[in-house]
Write a protein that binds this ligand. Structure first.
Ligand code: BGC
Length: 357
């Protein structure tokens, strides 16, 4: 069958190639409908990330799955829409043993389409039923953003847990970055009723700005309005989420918080450099105002369930806006366009949902 493969470590080696169909006795056979492309896929394609399974040289890409069950079995019926978790247990740490590989303590986990495990960008996948997450039919093709939404759901769950270690109420949030992660966090926070400001580089009135505003959040063009000015104007934020992937911006989030504020880092910035942070911001304000800065990666199964539920509620509330989340859909052989795409989300389409939207 056809698959999108890469030779990890070799820049620009992404290609469509033949890949064997796996045996599926104890697994559920899933036909891939659509696979999302994200920054991690781009890093793998540039040769700076990714590990092939065992002693193989190639890795099948794709960790954002929307698929359809091919045969009845293991509690699933033919035609069910599903997605699947990305990270799998290292089998030897307390977090993985407790079913929380998102908090793995050894780093020896595997991840579909990223590290030591083939991904979903192929026609058929034999998947462990325990790793499948049902997608309601009403969600249809929007199910393809369940994976990035699960990353957001975990980040917000952790931010709440950290904030709630002391009496706290999250009222004002700043989201920095309006790619898929920033946009999904914006919508999830609006569902919870927070006042949200979402900042990105695009000018006011751009499609990205309009998509932010459709949720009732305020769009901030950060080239025009420095975030420090915004902080002074609104009086600081209870929650700041960095989804732009800039280490300097990440450091500065600590200075955008108000008392008991929580800053969460979701972007990735591997560039070797030194970033700056005002001495009193960390040495005084962070201490005297009980502020926290933390990072979050991957998602627990409970976050996947929350993400799917959040997406379904968001779709009900803002149906027209949610249709605009995926800004490019192309077939597998046009993967180059998806990797180049700079809109909110690009996906690779491998099959039809058969009735689902
Ligand atoms: C994925 C996560 C994964 C992380 C690190 C992200 O793009 O969404 O599931 O844990 O990359 O590999």
């Amino acid at each position: 069958m056809q698959a999108l493969v890469v030779t990890p470590g070799e820049p620009h080696s992404v290609r469509v190639a033949e890949h064997p169909v796996e045996a599926a006795e104890s697994a559920v056979l899933v036909r891939t409908l659509e696979v999302g492309v994200c920054g991690t896929d781009r890093e793998i394609s540039e040769g700076i990330f990714g590990v092939a399974p065992g002693d193989e040289r190639a890795l099948v890409l794709g960790h954002e799955l929307l698929g359809v069950v091919e045969r009845d079995g293991h509690g699933f019926s033919r035609g069910d829409l599903v997605t699947a978790t990305v990270r799998r247990s290292c089998r030897r740490c307390v977090a993985c043993e407790e079913g929380a590989p998102d908090s793995c303590l050894t780093g020896d986990y595997s991840e579909r389409g990223i590290t030591r495990l083939h991904g979903f960008a192929r026609e058929l996948v034999a998947e462990d039923p325990a790793q499948l997450v049902p997608i309601p039919r009403a969600l249809g093709r929007l199910g393809v953003v369940a994976e990035p939404a699960s990353i957001c759901a975990r980040a917000l769950r952790h931010a709440r847990a950290i904030g709630n270690r002391q009496p706290w109420r999250a009222e004002r949030a700043l989201v920095i970055g309006a790619g898929a992660i920033g946009m999904l966090v914006t919508y999830l926070l609006r569902l919870e009723g927070l006042d949200v400001w979402t900042a990105a580089l695009d000018p006011p009135g751009s499609p990205r700005a309009r998509l932010v505003e459709a949720s009732g959040a305020r769009y901030v063009a950060s080239r025009e309005t420095p975030l420090e000015d915004l902080r002074d104007e609104v009086g600081g934020f209870d929650l700041v989420v960095e989804a732009a992937g800039d280490a300097q911006v990440m450091a500065a989030t600590l200075g955008l918080l108000r008392r008991s504020g929580v800053a969460c880092l979701l972007g990735i910035d591997p560039r070797e450099r030194t970033v700056e942070l005002d001495g009193p911001t960390i040495g005084l304000d962070a201490v005297l105002e009980n502020r926290v800065l933390f990072g979050s990666v991957n998602a627990h199964r409970e976050d996947w369930v929350a993400a799917v539920d959040g997406l379904a509620r968001a779709r009900e509330r803002w149906p027209e806006a949610l249709e605009r989340f995926v800004t490019l859909r192309v077939p597998l052989d046009r993967f180059g366009e998806a990797f180049e795409h700079r809109g909110v989300k690009a996906t690779l389409v491998l099959g039809e949902t058969g009735g689902a939207r």
